[in-house]
Each structure stands twice: as C-alpha cells, then as structure tokens.
Design a protein around this ligand. Structure first.
Ligand SMILES: Cc1ncc(C[n+]2csc(CCOP(=O)(O)OP(=O)(O)O)c2C)c(N)n1
Length: 319
C-alpha cells in the first residue's frame, strides 16, 4: 500500500496531539486540579492514530480506562475533553464522566469504560445496529491484553462472529495488566491466535509502527465493511507511564522502559518522515507547537468553566 504524504502527516499529527494532551494532563493532575484517577497511554500513540485515520465520524469506537489517545485520534474536540478531566460543566459529559468514562457521540466516541472488557459487550450493540440499518459503518473496540482473559471478550467475539457483525477488536499489548506481566496470565504468545476459535482472522503487528497499524487496520476495516464479521488486530506496544499516575512501577525489570523509549513510535516516525523528506524538523516542530497551543488553550477553557450544580446529577437520566 502506498501511503500518501497527506496521510503520513495526518498520522504524525494524530500521534503528536495525543502525546501533548497527556503531557499537559500529567502536570495538572499532579498539581491536584483534576479529580479521580488518570491512566495514560503515552507510548501506545501509534495504535489509535493508525486505526482512527481509517474511520469517519459515523464509525464508532469504544475504549477503556486508558482512552484519551483513542478519543483524540478519533477527532473529539480538545477543550471539552480537558474540561471533562477538570470535572467542569463544559466537559464533553458535563463533568460527570471524568477520564475513565469519556464519550463524544458526534465524533463516534461512544464511550470509555473502567470495567475491564465491558466495552466489548456494548460495542456489539452498535455493530448490530450498523449491520441492521445497512450503514456500511463499522465499530472498533480497543482493549488491553488483560481484557482477553475476561468472559466479555470470548462471549462478545463469539456473538460478533456468529452474527457477522462489523466489529474490529483492537488489542493493545502493553505487557502489563495493572502490575501483572503478560506471561503470568496469558498462555499464548500472540492473543491474535484466539480469533481462529471463532472462525475470524487474527493478526499480530508491531504497534509502534504507525504506518503498519494504518495498513493492517485498513484490511480489518475492509473485512468488516464487506460483511465478513469481526477481526482481531493485536498491536504490540508499551506504556511509558505506570498503570495509573502515581504508580511507582517497581514491577518493571531494570532497563525495560529505556529499551522501549528507543522504540518510541513518535521518535521512530520522525526519523522516517525526515528520511523520506515528508517533513523537516521545523515543520514537525510547528505541528507540535500547534498541538501545545491547542492544549494550553484547553486548560484555560477548563479552568474558566464552572463546576456543575448539584441539580445536574438528576438530569439526562432515562427510566
Ligand atoms: C472487571 C474488572 N476487573 C478488574 C479491574 C481492575 N483493573 C483495572 S485496570 C486493570 C488491568 C487492565 O489491563 P489491560 O486490559 O491489559 O489494560 P491496560 O491497563 O494495560 O491498558 C484491572 C485488572 C477492573 N477495572 N474491572
């Protein structure tokens, strides 16, 4: 597949926006301005970028407690996202959701989920509706390897395969489920092999290579849009931060983070883009500066937004 210059710049921009959003978030969280927990996905940035560059607003995504990157890559506005993290009324969920339960329906971000694996069951409903209404749209559910041991994963995959739903399962292997290494709780080297148990394709790729993710996800999306049912894309990557902000990471072997930092997807892609004369250092810096300004403006927007009134608790409730 020949990837155009515009797409390459788009992939780079999607990664940079995620990274800079989380850089700023870390600082504000540490200063105590943001309530709740924070799980960052820095280091995994190539996966949302490569996947979401293949999607439109009418395609749906579901993500996890570690979902900021996916939502930014899918195109949600930064200001309401930041206000949500600050728990303010101008947040994309009016300050009720916080980091772990973000949603932005107009860009197809149908929900994050703090319950490991449960996004998959909800994604089945969207995928079913897309098929039933003959839309040609697809649903993508992101999750970590920890979720592949849940009943939700197997039940959802089985149902998606049986009903031939347009649902792509994207598994980010970041080597740990909380503090538990993958080797301790998963019996197979590549979880992609599990798709065969449901008669679906399963593919394992380098999740730090954004163009690889883009190309391989394009195949998965084509499969799902053609009515052939689910697809499992396993992306091997690493999270630079701890499981949550404040995690001392004392379970990581010495030198592991340093080895993975050499494979930082943004740094790798910058080298490639420069070598191919797609972008100069100055142009890449300009993309970063734009992203940083956007995030700094979003922090000011969030700080200026009011806290929700108590009555807000009783609105938007369906019974
Ligand atoms: C059903 C359920 N069990 C346990 C937890 C506690 N928990 C929160 S995150 C997590 C690990 C998730 O690991 P993984 O799915 O690999 O995602 P990652 O955090 O690596 O992105 C666990 C066990 C939970 N939130 N939900």
């Amino acid at each position: 597949m020949k990837i155009s210059k515009d797409v390459k710049i788009d992939l780079y921009t999607r990664m940079v926006r995620q990274r800079i959003f989380e850089d700023e978030t870390t600082v504000n969280f540490a200063s105590g301005e943001m309530p709740g927990f924070l799980h960052l996905s820095q280091g995994e940035d190539a996966v949302p970028a490569g996947v979401c560059a293949n999607l439109s607003n009418e395609d749906a995504i579901y993500t996890t407690h570690r979902g900021h990157g996916c939502i930014i890559a899918k195109g949600a506005e930064i200001k309401p996202m930041m206000a949500e993290l600050f728990g303010r009324i101008d947040g994309c969920c009016k300050g009720r959701a916080g980091s772990m339960h973000f949603a932005d329906v107009k860009t197809g971000c149908m929900g994050s989920n703090g319950i490991v694996g449960e996004g998959m069951r909800i994604a089945l409903g969207t995928a079913f509706a897309q098929k039933y209404n003959k839309t040609n749209n697809i649903t993508v559910v992101f999750f970590g390897e920890g979720a592949t041991g849940t009943g939700a994963f197997h039940e959802s995959f089985n149902m998606a395969a049986t009903l031939k739903l347009p649902l792509v399962f994207v598994c980010n292997i970041n080597l740990y489920a909380q503090m538990t290494p993958k080797s301790v709780h998963i019996a197979v080297e590549d979880v992609a092999v599990r798709a065969a148990g449901y008669g679906a394709p399963g593919v394992t790729i380098d999740g730090n290579d954004v163009e690889k993710v883009y190309e391989e996800f394009a195949k998965a999306a084509k499969h799902a849009r053609a009515g052939k049912g689910p697809y499992l894309l396993e992306c091997k990557t690493y999270r630079h931060h701890g499981h949550f902000e404040g995690d001392p990471c004392n379970y990581r072997p010495e030198g592991e983070l340093e080895e993975w930092m050499k494979k930082d997807p943004i740094v790798l892609y910058e080298k490639k883009l420069k070598k191919e004369a797609v972008l100069t250092d100055k142009e890449m810096q300009a993309i970063k500066d734009t992203a940083r300004k956007e995030v700094i403006d979003a922090v000011a927007f969030a700080r200026a937004s009011a806290m929700p009134e108590v009555e807000e608790l009783y609105k938007d409730i369906l019974a």
